[in-house]
Design a protein around this ligand. Structure first.
Ligand code: HIF
Length: 286
C-alpha cells in the first residue's frame, strides 16, 4: 500500500531528527517552531494574502527576507523527511514539524490538519515586512497580530513560545535565551518576565535588548523589547500574569492559538478538506 497520506510516518521522521547534540542547546525543535510560525505569520486577513500555503520561503522573495534569517537551517534539517516522503508538501511539513516539536518538548498537543499546497499563487504572495520586529513596542505587536486576526489574549498566549530556543547575533542581532531550559516547553517565560528584574542593555552591535544576570548560574537571560512590551500594556499584562500563575490555562490557550496560526489562509469544508488548494489558477509548482 502506498504511504501517501500517512502523516504518522511524517511525525515519526520529524521526531527522529529533533535531538542534535551539536546544534544550539541540543535540539532543532525551537528553530522548527520558528519556521512553522514564520511560514504562517505573513498572513493578512483583510486581503487574504500570505500564510503557510505555498511554502513561499523556498524562494528568495520570502526566504531572503531578513526577518527569516537562520531559517534555512530549519529547512535543511527537514530535507531528509521530504526526501523519505516526497508526497508531503513543504507547507504541510513545515507546519507539522513545528507542532510535533512543541509536543515533543513537553508542550500541549496542537490540533494540526493536513492539506496545504506547494502551488504558489502569485496573487497571494506577501510583501516583505509582514513579520514582527523585536526592537519595537506595544503598537507594533498588536498591529501585526491583529492583522492576522488574533486578539490580545491570543497574542500573549502565543508569546509563551519564546520559552523555546534562543536569539543568535548573526540572525537577528539579538543574543541569548529567554529561559534556562530552552528545549523544554513550559510557562517559565511568563514567570521570569514577571518575577525577575530586567535591565536594558546595548550589545556591541548596537542592538538594544533586556537582560537579567543570574549570579548563581553566571549566565544571562534575555528579553526582546517586544517581550517587555507585554508588561507595559494593561490589555496584554493581565494575560501575562494569568499564564505565569496558571500553566494549564496557558497550555490550553497556547494550543488553540498556535493551531489557529497554522490554519491562517487555509479554507476547509465541513469535513476538514482544504477547498482553496487544488484549483489555484495561475500558480506554479516547485
Ligand atoms: Fe519569535 N523570535 N518572535 N516567536 N521565536 C526569535 C526566535 C524565536 C519575535 C522575534 C524573534 C513569536 C513571536 C515573535 C520563536 C517563536 C515565536 C528571535 C531570534 C527573534 C528576534 C531569532 C534568532 O536570532 O535566531 C517577535 C518580534 C515576535 C512577535 C512578538 C511567536 C510567539 C512567541 C509567534 C512564536 O511562536 C522561537 C521558537 C524562536 C527560537 C528560534 C531558535 O532558533 O531557537
Amino acid at each position: 500500500m502506498s504511504e501517501r497520506g500517512n502523516y504518522e510516518a511524517i511525525r515519526k521522521s520529524i521526531l527522529e531528527l529533533l535531538d542534535q547534540p551539536e546544534y544550539d542547546d541540543g535540539s532543532v525543535g525551537p528553530v522548527l517552531v520558528r519556521l512553522a510560525w514564520h511560514s504562517a505569520g505573513t498572513y493578512d486577513a483583510e486581503t487574504d494574502t500570505g500564510g503557510s500555503n505555498g511554502a513561499g520561503m523556498r524562494y528568495e522573495a520570502e526566504g531572503g527576507d531578513p526577518a527569516n534569517a537562520g531559517l534555512q537551517h530549519a529547512r535543511v534539517f527537514l530535507e531528509p523527511v521530504k526526501a523519505a516522503h516526497p508526497w508531503v508538501t513543504y507547507s504541510d511539513l513545515w507546519t507539522l514539524a513545528g507542532c510535533v516539536a512543541i509536543e515533543a518538548m513537553g508542550g500541549p498537543k496542537i490540533n494540526w490538519l493536513p492539506g496545504r499546497t506547494d502551488f504558489v499563487d502569485d496573487s497571494k504572495l506577501p510583501p516583505r515586512g509582514r513579520l514582527p520586529d523585536g526592537a519595537k513596542g506595544v503598537d507594533h505587536v498588536r498591529n501585526v497580530f491583529t492583522r492576522m486576526g488574533f486578539n490580545d489574549q491570543e497574542i500573549v498566549a502565543l508569546s509563551g513560545a519564546h520559552n523555546l530556543g534562543r536569539c543568535h547575533t548573526d540572525r537577528s542581532g539579538f543574543e541569548g535565551k529567554w529561559v534556562h531550559s530552552p528545549t523544554r516547553f513550559s510557562n517559565q517565560y511568563f514567570r521570569l518576565l514577571t518575577r525577575l528584574e530586567w535591565k536594558p542593555k546595548k550589545l556591541n552591535n548596537g542592538v538594544l535588548q533586556f537582560v537579567h544576570v543570574d549570579e548563581d548560574l553566571d549566565e544571562g537571560l534575555m528579553m526582546l523589547p517586544t517581550d517587555m512590551a507585554l508588561l507595559s500594556d494593561p490589555g496584554f499584562k493581565e494575560w501575562v500574569l494569568l499564564y505565569a500563575d496558571d500553566k494549564a490555562a496557558f497550555y490550553a490557550d497556547f494550543a488553540n492559538a498556535f493551531a489557529k496560526l497554522m490554519e491562517l489562509g487555509i479554507q476547509r469544508d465541513a469535513q476538514g478538506k482544504v477547498v482553496n488548494s487544488d484549483n489555484l489558477k495561475g500558480g506554479y509548482h516547485s
